[in-house]
Design a protein around this ligand. Structure first.
Ligand SMILES: *Cc1c(COP(=O)(O)O)cnc(C)c1O
Length: 411
């Protein structure tokens, strides 16, 4: 399987798992409980000495098929899926870290992840935010209690790219967990494994599923971390004879999924799985559209600035080229002074004013007035978010139609 192409592997992964009746898709299993003829067999599932399903809060065959698909795409060792990307992030941090320990996080973060970090700080896990586009800032923030470094591949809305390879080398040298949120790139554009990440986290709700019709999240262990030496793995999850590479995902499943219950529904798992079959096709098309739009906007007199890693003027342009297959499908731009953002957005006929990203449809949002409103003008200024800043999640529409829509709306 591994030698074949990205899309070939996805398209055939259910079938090669030999689902019931020769079905080509893994069916949607709706039963929440599983019956056993012999009590010993159910006990063995509970005790982890046999593979099987007991209660669907922690495992379901349809969700397992998706987990295998994500693991293969990320070239990892195991994955756990969740009801949302936030559920995955929260489970990782609360189950692998302890009170008094410390996270170094990129300050350029998805807003809700930023909010989660503040929640963690309130319950005794300390967080330091740094500009992670330079590894020196990460290194300077490390403490003896630092257990995890968290970055996103492309930050939203201003598209900063973390110094990912050097941060990976630093984390490896210090034995620190390196968690990379791969949502904006997806495993098609980028493999966090190539920068020595410990965990890759994806919001499956975005590019992975791609159609804006199902929520989901995943965490994948990329196999490079020594969990046997990590103090926070409970003894019950270090089963003798089992592979230490799987300890963390077992703990995340048991403590994170079972105890907190952020379970992915089998119907959503199926929808996301079908959506992922066209990830490469959609991503190529959306990135192509984003490149064309970024170029177009960057020469428009009513646009003051465009942030897109594919533009030569982007501060991490060469890094993006080095790391990613393509520079992504998310960009932001700042309207020139005097251009009122609301009438401009209202004139757009194709781009939809909406807070999501990673949909097939092009979505636009004025960030200062919406997702970054709550944090106030001072914090917005510190994050480089101007009042006229628009975030654009570019979809798969025909390129000329998109260019025409922006031209008429700016006109
Ligand atoms: C959307 C998003 C999340 C959260 O995912 P949900 O599935 O909406 O919970 C996390 N990280 C990034 C980078 C995102 O864009």
């Amino acid at each position: 399987m591994k030698n074949r192409g990205f899309t070939t592997n996805i398209i055939h992964s259910d079938r090669l798992g030999k689902p019931e009746h020769g079905s080509l898709h893994k069916p949607i299993h709706t039963s929440i409980a599983y019956g056993y003829e012999k009590a010993e067999d159910l006990a063995a599932v509970f005790q982890g000495t046999a593979q099987g399903y007991a209660y669907a809060r922690q495992a379901n065959p349809t969700v397992s098929a998706l987990e295998k698909k994500v693991t293969a795409m990320e070239q990892g060792v195991a994955s756990v899926c969740f009801s949302t990307g936030m559920a995955a992030l929260a489970a990782v941090m609360t189950t692998l870290l302890r009170k008094g320990e410390h996270i170094v996080s990129s300050s350029f973060l998805f807003g809700n992840t930023n909010s989660l970090m503040n929640t963690l700080a309130g319950i005794g896990i300390e967080v330091t935010f740094v500009d992670a586009t330079d590894v020196k800032n990460v290194e300077a923030a490390l403490r003896p209690s630092t257990r995890m470094v968290v970055v996103e591949t492309i930050a939203n809305p201003a598209t900063q790219i973390a110094d990912m390879a050097r941060i990976g080398a630093l984390c490896q040298a210090k034995g620190i967990i390196y968690a990379v949120d791969n949502t904006l790139t997806s495993p098609y554009l980028f493999l966090p494994k190539t920068v020595k990440a410990t965990l890759s986290i994806n919001s499956l709700s975005k590019y992975f599923g791609g159609h804006g019709n199902a929520l989901g999240g995943s965490v994948t262990d990329l196999g490079g971390f020594d969990w046997a030496a990590f103090p926070n793995i409970l003894d019950i999850y270090k089963t003798p004879g089992s592979d230490p590479a799987l300890f963390a995902m077992l703990q995340v499943r048991k403590k994170g999924l079972r105890d907190f219950g952020g379970t992915l529904a089998p119907e959503a798992a199926h929808t996301l799985s079908v959506g992922s079959e066209t990830l490469a096709l959609r991503m190529d098309r959306a990135c192509g559209n984003a490149s064309r739009l970024a170029l177009h906007l960057s020469t428009h007199p009513k646009v003051k600035a465009v942030h897109y890693p594919g533009l030569p003027g982007h501060p991490q342009h060469s890094l993006a080229k080095e790391l990613f297959k393509r520079p992504g499908a998310l960009l932001s731009f700042v309207l020139s002074d005097g251009v009122d953002p609301f009438p401009f957005i209202n004139r757009l006929k194709l781009a939809i004013c909406s807070s999501n990203l990673g949909d097939n449809r092009t979505l636009i949002i004025p960030v200062a007035h919406t997702i970054f409103f709550e944090m106030g003008p001072a914090r917005r200024a510190s994050m480089g978010i101007e009042d006229g800043m628009m975030r654009l999640s570019v979809g798969i529409e025909d390129t000329e139609d998109l260019l025409e829509d922006f031209t008429q709306a700016l006109g």
